[in-house]
Design a protein around this ligand. Structure first.
Ligand SMILES: *[C@@H]1O[C@H](CO)[C@@H](O)[C@H](O)[C@H]1NC(C)=O
Length: 334
């Protein structure tokens, strides 16, 4: 992972996209392949901090101008985290995340509810955002009059989702999303949060992989089970379907490492490798080396690996399973 020595307060634990640079594609995917087959390379350790063990109240801040169809897809994904759906479901996928515990032996919660939404449609902090400005956006939402978003330091988790026209520091270059926690000096309390950007307009090839790929990278497109065509997005939009997997990635990591002192690999807490980083680009059995792994294809040719509420389907990357000691998802063949 990159190290940003001087931005220790700002960064920590963001999602590196699988195709950031031409060399990193192979690096990332070969790692995923290795990790799937072998546990010797991974030293994931617990650093004694808390995990999100209490039922999670999720709060979304829709920053900018959002398409209601895209919002509905994202909401349905979040509802699917703790609702039943045919196996393999999004809730089945979350069961791997639930295997992580804190020092009291409490597991990560299986209860995640969408408890509030805030529309920052006036771009309160402009269209060029730094990492740190996410905290100011949260502050604006919880201090808004007349209908503030609840400030919930006990079991709140805030998602800042930026629309297609918003530029975020490192977005499309080093990150598709990141998670961190707020500072009392900015927000008043410490609460975990994550930011994820809609990449459909700015960099689908970077952040909506495998529904898009960097056309000028010299790499072939990713494909569903070995075919030659690009995988089609199960909810009809590469940007939002790609964003779903990034949201899942950040939720898994913020839950297992909310204060950046719980579950991660590597010696450097300012650049931790977390439970979803270990499985970037891996969505099914046999994945690795640019192949996403064995996933399903619906009758329209859309790729997916999980079922959700209302008959929805999603494609979500796998996460590290600490019991099996490999990357895993419920669509695994073994
Ligand atoms: C809690 O975590 C432990 C250790 O990984 C695991 O054995 C157990 O099945 C988990 N419980 C739940 C409800 O996931």
């Amino acid at each position: 992972m990159h190290k940003f020595c001087c931005y220790v307060l700002l960064l920590l634990s963001f999602l590196y996209f699988p195709l950031a640079l031409s060399w990193s594609q192979n690096t990332q995917f070969n790692q995923a392949e290795n990790y799937e087959g072998s546990s010797d390379l991974v030293k994931l350790e617990y650093h004694m901090g808390p995990v999100l063990a209490s039922p999670i109240n999720l709060y979304i801040i829709w920053y900018g101008h959002w398409n209601p169809t895209h919002q509905a897809t994202i909401r349905d994904f979040l509802y699917s985290l703790s609702s039943s759906a045919p196996y393999p479901s999004v809730a089945d996928w979350w069961k791997t995340v639930r295997l992580y515990t804190d020092q009291t032996g409490s597991n990560i919660t299986g209860s995640i509810s969408l408890s509030g939404e805030f529309y920052d449609s006036r771009y309160s902090h402009g269209v060029y955002l730094s990492r740190l400005s996410m905290q100011s956006i949260i502050k604006t939402a919880v201090a808004s009059y007349p209908r503030p978003l609840p400030l919930n330091p006990r079991n709140g988790l805030y998602l800042v989702l930026t629309s297609s026209d918003v530029h975020v520091e490192d977005f499309c270059r080093a990150a598709c999303g990141f998670h961190y926690f707020t500072f009392p000096t900015i927000v008043g309390v410490t609460v975990p949060y994550a930011w994820i950007g809609y990449s459909g307009a700015q960099c689908p090839g970077m952040c909506a992989y495998p529904f898009a790929w960097p056309k000028y990278s010299g790499k072939p497109p990713p494909s569903t089970n070995g075919g030659n065509n690009i995988m089609r997005a199960p909810n009809g939009d590469a940007g939002v379907d790609g964003m779903i997997s990034v949201i899942a990635h950040e939720l898994a990591e913020v839950s297992s490492n909310p204060l950046v002192n719980a579950w991660y690999a590597g010696d450097d807490p300012t650049a931790p490798t977390e439970i979803a980083d270990l499985c970037l680009g891996l969505y099914g059995s046999g994945g690795g080396g640019g192949y996403v792994g064995k996933v399903y294809k619906d009758s329209w040719g859309n790729g997916y690996n999980l079922n959700g509420v209302k008959g929805r389907r999603f494609l979500v990357q796998w996460v590290w399973n600490p019991v099996r000691r490999r990357c895993f998802g419920p669509n695994a063949m073994d």
